[in-house]
Ligand binder design. Sequence first.
Ligand SMILES: Nc1nc2c(ncn2[C@@H]2O[C@H](COP(=O)(O)OP(=O)(O)O)[C@@H](O)[C@H]2O)c(=O)[nH]1
Ligand SMILES: [Mg+2]
Length: 286
Amino acid sequence: MKHIQWFPGHMTKAMRMMEEQIKLVDGVLAVLDARAPAATRNKKLDTLFGAKPVLYILNKSDLADDRKTDAFLAEFARAGLTAVKCSANSAGAAKQLSAKISSLVREKFERDEKKGIVRPPKLMIAGVPNTGKSTVINALSGEKRAVTGDKAGVTRGKQWIRCAGFELLDTPGTMPPSFENQTLARHLAYIGSINDDILDMDDVALELLREIAQTYPQFLTERYKIEDFSSPLAMYEQVCRSRGFLLKGGDYDYERGAKAIVDDFRKGRLGRITLESAEAFAEYIR
Ligand SMILES: Nc1nc2c(ncn2[C@@H]2O[C@H](COP(=O)(O)OP(=O)(O)O)[C@@H](O)[C@H]2O)c(=O)[nH]1
Ligand SMILES: [Mg+2]
């Protein structure tokens, strides 16, 4: 697969914006994708977050392999980090997250109360593209969505959403994904965190088939009738055959095949798939 790259200029600009946002808040909700917690955890954020409490939200857990999500949660806990699994577009999400957020900022809140400060804790949402940041904001703001408007001084121009016991910055901090590790860069491509326009979708589909064949071959057999796992190309062509993606002369329509494979994975139509194992990627969590 071609080397996936990012443009350093974008990275610098995004990091600078995030630095500004961080100054305004008491804590951070870092939204990760439960299917790829290592790839979506951009460790550069740690430096930015500084000493602020962080809640790692393993979102889209409805699409992930639950056993592996639990293993990742254990790995976060082992590293002394607070993490929770979540499905932000499901009914119970707001309540579950609110409880976690309260305990995340409780210490600061109690300190403030003693000092006679009554303002509610402020939080921001951060994460790489497409992990569900906006969905988390919508879940937490719910029906009561109230923009509390401009505040004097540092918070000028920022909109805050009043939630149960805390306030949320209404603009999520979008982190550029980190491509230092190409395995993890591919995971970002599969989950849609990298603009498809800069990707070679044939490559993405082939690599995705190769990875899924290693861990969840049965899903490929179920959906695409794949029996021959000898090469990614053989699997790719079987997808085209089983879905009838053929061109006029009888050639395979690889373009439609690639789109179907990637789309099926992203929508969870292949089954609940986690791309990483907590053991193999522990170093990216710690
Ligand atoms: N299945 C599933 N889809 C989700 C979840 N959270 C968000 N999404 C979907 O993922 C896509 C990206 O979400 P969005 O909030 O726009 O991501 P953002 O780019 O981080 O703001 C949207 O189509 C959401 O509906 C989740 O927990 N489960
Ligand atoms: Mg968004």
